[in-house]
Design a protein around this ligand. Structure first.
Ligand code: FMN
Length: 197
């Protein structure tokens, strides 16, 4: 499915539409819904992401708007994130399993967990949904609220939903930030850097 949005990345070389068009909005529709089928597909995409030795050292706490769990997660977001993320339809907490129950370390747990959310976000875009990952969270507080043991580390919360339509009044600050140009460092800075300082 080809989705073209006006937030499309200005890539130096053409890349697939899906990746160029994915972006992280803040203007979520407070009445927007994610169906059970869509949510299943998002989590399935996360589940099928690769991981070191196929250890799959990641877990997810999933909560829909209007539930107690959702409100508990919202309360653990930074105040700046809380203002817009409370309108998302679903919040997904990504949790890395640093060690198994016997103490065996999963060295790529954090990397593997991030990769699963990358897959989730791409699947969301195919389904006409948007995602916005957040590191501005109280991870220890979320772990406490949901009884997550210390061998796990809460990484991010991802907001998932649909864009607020024009008719829905959203904070102008979100609109401005959502309209700001998207930018990336040039590849010349990222690939085979001559200077690692
Ligand atoms: C691990 C991670 C943590 C992030 N934390 C936040 C956050 O706390 N608040 C926020 O508004 N955006 C957050 N973002 C979103 C980034 O700022 C955003 O992806 C980046 O600016 C690029 O924008 P784009 O996704 O629209 O291309 C986070 C993204 C990632 C991957």
């Amino acid at each position: 499915m080809t989705i073209v949005s006006d937030r499309r990345a200005e890539t130096a070389t053409p890349i697939i539409d899906l990746l160029a068009d994915r972006w992280s909005p803040r203007s979520y529709d407070p009445a927007g819904e994610v169906s059970d089928e869509q949510l299943d597909a998002l989590l399935e995409a996360a589940r099928w992401a690769p991981s070191g030795s196929n250890n799959q050292p990641r877990r997810f706490v999933v909560a829909r708007r209007g539930t107690e769990d959702f409100d508990r997660i919202v309360a653990r977001l930074s105040s700046g994130n809380r203002t817009w993320a409370q309108h998302a339809a679903v919040l997904v907490v990504a949790v890395a399993e640093l060690r198994d129950a016997d103490g065996k370390v999963f060295p790529s747990a954090v990397y593997d967990t991030g990769q699963s959310i990358a897959h989730l976000s791409v699947q969301a875009h195919v389904l006409d949904l948007h995602t916005h990952q957040m590191g501005g969270i109280d991870g220890a507080g979320i772990a406490e609220d949901f009884g997550i043991p210390a061998r796990f580390a809460v990484q991010t919360v991802t907001a998932i939903g649909t864009l607020a339509p024009e008719a829905v009044a959203v904070d102008p600050a979100f609109r401005d930030r959502d309209a700001a140009p998207r930018s990336r460092k040039p590849l010349s800075e990222l690939v085979n850097p001559a200077d690692w300082s």
